[in-house]
Ligand binder design. Sequence first.
Ligand SMILES: N[C@@H](CCC(=O)N[C@@H](CS)C(=O)NCC(=O)O)C(=O)O
Length: 232
Amino acid sequence: MPHTLSYGTESAANKAIGGVPTIHYFDFQSRGRGQVVRLMLIDSGAAYEDVRYTFDEWPEQKRSGPVAEMNPTGNIPVLEMPNGKILTQSYAILRHWSRQLGAYDGKTEDEKYWADAICDIVVDWRTLFIAAFFSDNQKEDYPKHQQGDRNRYINAIETHLKGSDLSRRGPYIIGKEVTYADLVLFQVLHDENMIQGERADLKQYPRLIQLVDAVLARPNIKKFFDSSAYLG
Ligand SMILES: N[C@@H](CCC(=O)N[C@@H](CS)C(=O)NCC(=O)O)C(=O)O
């Protein structure tokens, strides 16, 4: 059986998004697409409930558990809202909540475009990361990914952030205001184990370090990382 956890206290941010969401996702530490969704809730001060599936129980749950009925693609994260609304597709959920919260997606058309563009790069990167990290041949495929695709994406994003008039204002992708895309980028760097410890693999990317540190310094995110709710 999946186990459940809860985080936070119901707040105005919950009201804006329609209540306290129940998130169905893997019991995969504080990682993955499910964690990106949690991260926006954490940052905005919203509470959530977690239903966490172990990797072992997932195949059976996928066949006959509640997710099978809620999401035709059979993927997670899947969210249940108190009014019965089901939300699927992590990036669409982030964009939906950004509009509901009136934050996280920039103000001008140029800012919105730029946040979406950087997010889309990370979408492509994460897909390749997952394929390599969960490959049956992980021992060979993941190091190949780190040297190949991961390098290519990190270099591209660092170059974009240094070259864009918006990003140059820093520390975030569009300047002073955080966007959902910063959370998406932060989380893939976290999941690739690049922001923990000595950060040896991140050293040559000063603009990404600036962004990561700005995200980690956000009060609600800092509180989460300093708490026992953060699972690594
Ligand atoms: N585009 C979807 C992708 C969802 C997805 O592929 N989720 C993975 C976990 S991160 C999954 O469901 N894996 C288990 C499976 O496919 O059975 C999203 O962003 O939500």
